[in-house]
Design a protein around this ligand. Structure first.
Ligand SMILES: Cc1ncc(COP(=O)(O)O)c(C=O)c1O
Length: 371
């Protein structure tokens, strides 16, 4: 794509940080891993962080640590990345899909409360596209019902609610660092947690569940995984995190530039430019086409943009309609907003280096197709 959908900002200082690790023998489980974990924990304001090889691995460990059993229900959005369904199905849990707010595209406290059943064992909230969910109200509900709360903050590093970083509201929270994210490690993810026992368990599970505190002959008491992340990736992550404020500010500026061109246009619903109770960490710039447009119209625009070399994305097809989910989920109420919004969303090119000229070109092409 001439104007890609996403791309990372890699500076010489990032490259030097990676090369520094390559000049040592510590390519895995070394000091760069410890430093990355400490840096993320300090930035989020949680006591512990366990870095792994992907956001999906972090999510899997977060669920694994809850010791749920087959058929237990977990409340989740259907308008979400496939990793959420995949890890729940892998654990033989039942996703209970709830609807979203039409503007923020996040699940709401009232939809969650209405979906709670005697089989509910956890709530998994996604901060979609970096717009923070109403996590303090959701936290009140989960506490009232004595349910664990997991924050999937893979798309929302640096977002805040009432002055507090997201990732500090749930019992655990996870972040991801694929190259389209606010900071990247190439591939990678991290679980943050306050409870030291949980942090220890996730650390063991990350590497074959080998517990060195036990006798050599019996160090494996449960199934473990190979979810380690290399120190090279961690060094890149720490270098990127050192300029997170500037990265987020630049993303915010790109979003404002899009907003200035697209807001109040009759064919487009631009995403909210600010959050009344917190701070957005812009992951993607996702517009909704006006309600008069069909899914086929959206797909034609998506294709037309791509034919012009403009990267565009159709995030996300509703999970509850995916073939793999049939017979394996429950609907926690109507999913009408999910279905309607999902058929009209379009992600536009969004990255730090995006120029005003490129934003002009994307918006002109988009509006020309729609009018
Ligand atoms: C909301 C959400 N959850 C989980 C993930 C999984 O992260 P990864 O692709 O690093 O496995 C992503 C990745 O984009 C995501 O957006």
């Amino acid at each position: 794509m001439r104007i890609p959908l996403a791309k990372p900002e890699i500076l010489d200082s990032d490259i030097e940080a990676v090369v520094r690790v390559l000049r040592t023998p510590n390519l895995a489980m070394g000091p760069a891993l410890a430093e990355f974990q400490q840096s993320i924990a300090a930035y989020i304001g949680t006591p512990h962080a366990v870095a792994v090889n992907s956001g999906t691995s972090a999510l899997h460990l977060a669920l694994r640590c809850l010791d749920l059993k087959e058929g237990d229900e977990v409340i989740v959005p259907s308008f979400a990345f496939a990793a959420i369904a995949n890890v729940l199905l892998q654990e033989r849990l039942t996703p209970v899909f709830v609807d979203i707010d039409p503007r923020t595209l996040n699940i709401t406290p009232s939809a969650i409360e209405a979906a709670i059943s005697p089989c509910t064992r956890a709530v998994l909230v996604v901060h979609t596209f970096g717009y923070p969910a109403e996590i303090d109200a959701i936290q009140k509900i989960t506490r009232q019902h004595n349910l664990p709360l997991i924050e999937d903050a893979c798309e929302a590093l640096g977002a805040e609610v009432n002055g507090k970083k997201i990732g500090t509201f749930g019992d655990t929270a996870i972040f991801a660092f694929y190259p389209n994210k606010q900071i990247t490690t190439g591939e990678g993810g991290i679980l943050v947690v306050a409870d030291p026992q949980l942090a220890r368990r996730a650390t063991l599970l990350r590497s074959q569940a080998k517990d060195d505190s036990l006798d050599w002959a019996g160090q494996h008491t449960e199934i473990g995984y190979s979810y380690r992340i290399a120190d090279i990736n961690c060094a890149l992550g720490t270098a990127q995190l050192s300029r997170i404020d500037s990265l987020l500010e630049q993303r915010q500026k790109r979003a404002a530039s899009y907003g200035a061109r697209l807001r109040n246009h009759p064919t487009i619903l631009a995403p909210p430019s600010a959050c009344p109770y917190g701070r957005i960490s812009w992951f993607a710039y996702v517009v909704q086409l006006a309600e008069k447009f069909s899914r086929q119209d959206r797909d034609r625009v998506w294709e037309a943009l791509r034919e012009r070399g403009i990267g565009a994305g159709r995030y996300f097809a509703p999970l509850h309609n995916q073939p793999v989910l049939q017979g394996r989920h429950r609907r926690g109420g109507s999913l009408a907003i999910t279905e309607s919004a999902a058929s009209r969303v379009l992600a536009l090119p969004f990255f730090v280096d995006l120029t005003e000229d490129q934003i002009d070109e994307v918006c002109s092409a988009l509006l020309a197709f729609l009018t």
